[in-house]
Design a protein around this ligand. Structure first.
Ligand SMILES: Cc1ncc(COP(=O)(O)O)c(C=O)c1O
Length: 499
């Protein structure tokens, strides 16, 4: 249950309900009674995360006026939602959205299957590509050549190797954001960076505002750090950030941190334009909130005509509001486990000091490999390979899903590694469950939400292309048929495609 309450005005709720009416319902043609249609509409908004869990709903009379229906209709709809576990009410205090106990909450993150366990399963669980050879091998060779002087030291570099810090700082400077090495700390992936930031800023019970949906493993990391997540619903489509909502949440909840993925957001692929970036920084600054910007996907612009927007930290010249996190995982290879933080020098000093009680540092050899890549141009060559591969995969997956699952809706992102797909009214959790039995592993929407939202979604990564993308869509369509007819429930399904 979300622990911070937002209020949903009657006009806002009426607008969201109206926006659903143009969508195919995926159910039969008989019209349900008005109260049932209203209850279903609100339930879907909660499950899709467009109305947050624990949001206070308007009073019956107010909503009746906004929807031009009778108060009895609203009262009956609220009663139905209460019975189904989607609403909690306290006499005299109002009604709040909820999800029923037993709704599949994302208890764990997304772990890729070990390669040896994959067999004939198509794994769409993990949004990461194989290493862009020959650059991995070359970078490791380069690292071995650079190693001898380090072998004579103790090898402990809690802030990162000076040479790599300098190189990473230079890259920000080249992007128009003057940066000193003292503003950089090398971490164990972006996960290590965000873990350190959460521990420094958001102790038990602190609030962190997050996009809803957001990257599953970071949400879980924050939950485990004891933070209280405050979801901010993404706007429809790939324009992503609804600045009115962000301003309202930052002002009313005054979270300690806000976490955003402004570049090819995971899972929606949305890209924030410069105006939104500026507004986010302004809103965070006014609320006294530290804005953590995850740039893990930022180098994965796939459309060739796309000009990368100015980094979010470019709107915070004093460095008092924004902390930026970067990673080699998507631009190069997740197996490197190299990430970094760019922040004000005093923040870096505190993060480094706290590291003595965490992981002490990041392996020297991998840092040398990344440093070799950045110094030799190998990084850019590898990023170009990555982009070509991801673009090809994206286009193949989009074509295959459109052909096999014409009811499924999505917008084609201009970059990143993920397609966020509305599954034509089918449960994403059921699809994930049945998918595993027909040979395709796919994460369900609720893993990317707070409190069980996004049941009507799955996330598909750009990790397969060609015939495998075609086969993945065929298997997903088979899973969808089984879920639709109820044949996937209970009994074991014989694998139709895999020997
Ligand atoms: C937005 C985002 N942040 C962080 C990560 C994890 O990054 P790393 O492998 O550097 O820990 C991912 C991986 O999918 C991601 O999509």
């Amino acid at each position: 249950m979300a622990q911070w309450t937002s209020a949903m005005g009657s006009t806002q709720l009426a607008r969201l309900l109206a926006s659903q009416q143009s969508r195919p319902s995926g159910t039969g043609t008989r019209r349900p009674p008005a109260y049932r249609a209203l209850a279903d509409g609100i339930r879907l908004l909660v499950l899709e995360g467009r109305v947050p869990v624990a949001a206070r709903l308007p009073a019956e009379r107010e909503l009746a006026v906004a929807l031009a229906v009778s108060r009895t209709t609203v009262a009956a709809a609220y009663e139905a939602l209460r019975t189904e576990g989607f609403l909690e009410s306290r006499r005299g205090a109002g009604s709040w959205t909820a999800v029923p106990a037993g709704n599949p909450l994302p208890a764990r993150g997304l772990e890729p299957l070990p390669p040896e366990a994959l067999g004939s399963m198509i794994d769409l669980g993990c949004a990461a590509l194989p290493a862009p050879e020959p650059w991995l091998t070359r970078s490791v060779q380069g690292a071995l050549e650079a190693l001898p002087p380090y072998a004579h030291t103790h090898g402990d570099y809690p802030a990162g190797l000076p040479a790599l810090r300098e190189m990473l700082a230079e890259r920000y400077t080249a992007r128009g954001i003057p940066t000193m090495p003292e503003q950089i700390m090398v971490t164990t992936g972006a996960m290590g960076a965000i873990d350190a930031i959460c521990h420094l800023f958001a102790g038990r019970g602190e609030r962190i505002a997050v996009e809803s949906p957001s990257y599953a493993n970071i949400l879980q990391l924050m939950r485990e750090a004891g933070a209280r997540l405050v979801p901010v619903a993404m706007a429809e489509g790939l324009t992503g950030w609804d600045m009115d909502r962000w301003r309202q949440v930052l002002r009313d909840a005054a979270p300690r941190l806000a976490y955003v993925v402004a570049d090819f957001h995971n899972p929606t692929g949305a890209l924030a334009d410069e105006d939104k970036r500026r507004q986010l920084v302004d809103a965070a600054r006014s609320a006294g909130t530290v804005l953590v910007v995850d740039e893990t996907m930022s180098e994965l612009g796939l459309d060739t005509d796309l000009e990368p927007p100015r980094p979010v930290c470019g709107f915070d010249p004093a460095g008092s509001t924004v902390i930026t996190v970067g990673s080699a995982s998507k631009a190069f290879w997740a197996g490197m486990r190299i990430g970094w933080v760019r922040a004000a020098p005093d923040v870096i000093r505190s993060l480094v000091a706290a590291r003595a009680y965490a992981d002490l540092g990041t392996p020297v050899l991998e840092q040398l490999a990344v440093n070799w890549l950045l110094n030799t141009g190998g990084w850019q060559a590898a990023v170009d390979l990555r982009r070509d591969q991801a673009r090809e995969n994206r286009d193949a997956l989009v074509a295959a899903v459109r052909r096999e699952l014409p009811d499924w809706e999505f917008e084609v992102p201009r970059g990143g590694l993920t397609l966020w797909v509305r599954t034509g009214g089918l449960s994403g959790s059921r699809l994930a469950e049945v998918g595993e039995r027909v040979g395709v592993r796919v994460p369900s929407g609720p893993r990317f939400g707070v409190d069980g939202a996004f049941e009507g979604y799955v996330r598909l990564p750009f990790t397969v292309g060609g015939a495998v993308a075609d086969e993945a869509a065929v298997r997903l369509a088979a899973a969808a048929r089984l879920v639709e007819t109820g044949a996937g429930a209970g009994a074991e399904v014989t694998h139709p495609f895999v020997a």
